[in-house]
Design a protein around this ligand. Structure first.
Ligand code: ATR
Length: 268
């Protein structure tokens, strides 16, 4: 039997990750299995320990366990440290290495799939929770001209920005002046059908507006951005790219993503 990997979350039922990793393995002729595991809300550490003891090679971690995963690791990558959260675990002889591939996935989706450079661009990140924190270091490494952070709770944005060695411009929603070249919705607002209180001026004809959420329908953020002239993108490409980055970390080979993303879009 080949190596086995898992996705740990609660809930995990609707995740597309098993499909994505199965497609990567097929494409590269690697014999592995990747399935979802529903961990009890108070049983993440026990679930991880049982998987590692059973010989599992690695796991992805999703809602709501990314911070618990961070706390459990015996080793952390720089980008996991910057994010304060872990979405990829690698088990090796009792050690647990933690990485965060979400931000790299976001960057790969924008620069690769959308074909847009981040270097030299004016970038706005909306939100200051785990998803936003995970994106900041990989975005900074691309060399944006400016990086602006806006959050409903201003103090959270200020505290997050202070952790990075880059002049992040922290603004209140009402203070935002645009347009920006790239606007990233890293809030969880779309989950509840809500729209962050963004002024329309952040969007222009040359703006790419990306919502980290994905689903069959356009989110309120994407609809609002499109109304004001922006090109829009959901988080499906980011999902496929963060999976490819995790796969690369585990196996040392990088799967091609375009066909996998296209088939997920066709099935949506
Ligand atoms: P995640 O891990 O998805 O980032 P999180 O850490 O709970 O989740 O963070 C949620 C983010 O979405 C926060 O930035 C939150 O803003 P606050 O810090 O002010 O709570 C933001 N958020 C959630 N609902 C929102 C809404 N309706 N409008 C604007 N921002 C919202």
């Amino acid at each position: 039997m080949g190596d086995f990997y898992r996705l740990i979350g609660n809930p995990v039922g609707h995740s597309k990750s098993p499909l994505i990793h199965a497609a990567f393995a097929r494409q590269l002729g690697i014999d592995l299995t990747y399935d979802s595991v529903l961990a009890p809300l108070d049983g993440f550490a026990a679930t991880v320990a049982a998987l590692a003891a059973a010989g599992c090679k690695g796991a992805n971690v999703t809602v709501p366990f990314k911070i618990a995963a961070f706390a459990l690791c015996t080793r952390l990558s720089a980008r996991a440290r910057a994010a304060g959260a872990v979405n990829t675990l690698t088990f090796d002889a009792g050690a647990i290495a933690g990485d965060n591939t979400d931000g790299a996935g976001l960057v790969a989706d924008i620069t690769g799939n959308a074909g847009l450079a981040i270097a030299g661009q004016r970038v706005l990140v909306v939100g200051a929770g785990g998803a936003a924190r995970g994106a900041l270091l990989p975005l900074i490494e691309q060399g944006p001209a400016t990086l602006t952070l806006v959050n409903r709770t201003a103090a959270t944005a200020a505290a997050v920005a202070a952790q990075f060695d880059f002049p992040i411009d922290v603004r209140a929603f009402a203070e935002l002046r645009g347009p920006f070249d790239i606007v990233i919705n890293a809030t969880s607002a779309s989950l509840t059908g809500a729209l962050p209180p963004l002024p329309a001026c952040v969007f222009g004809a040359g703006t790419l507006a990306l919502d980290m959420m994905y689903g069959a329908a356009s989110t309120p953020f994407m609809a609002f951005a499109a109304e004001h002239g922006a090109a829009t993108r959901d988080g499906l490409g980011m999902l496929v790219e963060q999976a490819a980055e995790a796969f690369y970390g585990w196996r040392g080979v990088r799967p091609a993503t375009a066909a996998v993303l296209a088939s997920l879009r066709a099935a949506a």
